[in-house]
Design a protein around this ligand. Structure first.
Ligand code: NVA
Length: 310
């Protein structure tokens, strides 16, 4: 059976480190490994909007010696025109891996259950695990390397119930970070996710915490992160969400409460004046462009790791 990457905790701490090491190697030499030489195809299926993910996976697959085959979800209509399982059985006879951005986590789990090739989660409603690999590489890049990751205090402020917040809890705990997620009542992660992250943190020396107090949360933060208040699929709730989350904007004042050298991360797309002030994302502590580039290196690394497990 192939290995899949459907959620952050599909990688053990040792495996996550192996992938992060490989990502750094890819950043230093973009063709250091070419496991898709042939070229072998990789299907990139998008049921939701994309820019970074399509570009970074397409570029990455090509640099790995492969052929990126972008499948527009509006045309493929996975699960509508034909079942998830039937789509998977068609794809896995022709490509070496399937990368899917979709809605429910149950959809990608259904695909993985029948796929004969690795399936990679390129964002679902519940998780964004490729982004977290990129974020960990980015933090390491600005903190002297991967060995510096354990013990970093990362504070996420905003919609703390969304896919990014969940992925920060799980992947951050896996890397031994102290992760705090902060948002208003109604925008906090489920007890189940927090318990899972807590269980991982107990094995890595990390920790996880949830709070509604942003000013207190950022004290001592090495890294401050946020994400859009209106995730893909939440558009109907936009007005209410902006009203509820406005007190949680990452402003220069909030950043001033963190460590002087605290980094600012954002997976993008960003909405200046909503979840983040322009002065912060465009300011000296922001590393969002490195973060976007590191998607490329991190995704090549996880694809290489999964292909090697066959
Ligand atoms: N939480 C956001 C992340 C975008 C990359 C969303 O799901 O739309």
């Amino acid at each position: 059976m192939p290995r899949h990457f459907l959620r952050d905790d599909d990688l053990t701490p040792a495996e996550q480190r192996e992938v992060l090491d490989l990502a750094v190697a890819f950043r230093e030499d973009r063709t250091v490994r070419t496991p898709l030489a042939g070229p072998q195809g990789v299907a990139l299926v998008f049921d939701k909007p994309t820019l970074r993910t399509q570009v970074s996976f397409s570029t990455g697959v090509a640099e790995m010696g492969g052929f990126p085959l972008v499948v527009d979800g509006r045309l493929a209509q996975v699960g509508v025109r034909e079942s998830v399982a039937d789509v998977t059985r068609v794809l896995d006879r022709q490509v070496s891996a399937i990368v899917w951005r979709t809605f429910g986590q149950d959809r990608i789990e259904e695909m993985a259950a029948v796929s004969r090739v690795p399936v990679v989660n390129a964002l679902t409603d519940d998780y964004h695990p490729c982004q977290l690999l990129a974020d960990l590489v980015t933090i390491a890049q600005h903190r002297g390397g991967l060995d510096a990751l354990p013990g970093q205090r990362l504070v996420y402020v905003g919609d703390a119930a969304n896919n990014m917040a969940v992925s920060y809890l799980l992947a951050g705990a896996t890397a031994g970070l102290h992760v705090v997620v902060c948002g208003p009542d109604g925008y906090l992660p489920t007890d189940d996710v927090v318990a899972r992250a807590d269980g991982i943190a107990a094995t890595t020396g990390g920790s996880v915490a949830v709070t509604t107090d942003a000013a207190a949360a950022v004290v001592g933060a090495d890294v401050v992160v946020t994400d859009t208040w209106v995730s893909m699929g939440d558009e109907d709730e936009a007005t209410q969400r902006v009203a509820d989350l406005l007190p949680y904007q990452v402003t220069p004042d909030l950043m001033a409460g963190a460590k002087d050298d605290a980094l600012f991360l954002h997976c993008l797309p960003a909405y200046r004046g909503k979840e983040v002030a322009g002065e912060v994302i465009d300011g000296p502590r922001s590393v969002v462009w490195d973060e976007a580039e590191n998607r490329l290196h991190a995704q090549k690394a996880v694809l290489t790791f999964l292909l090697e497990q066959r």
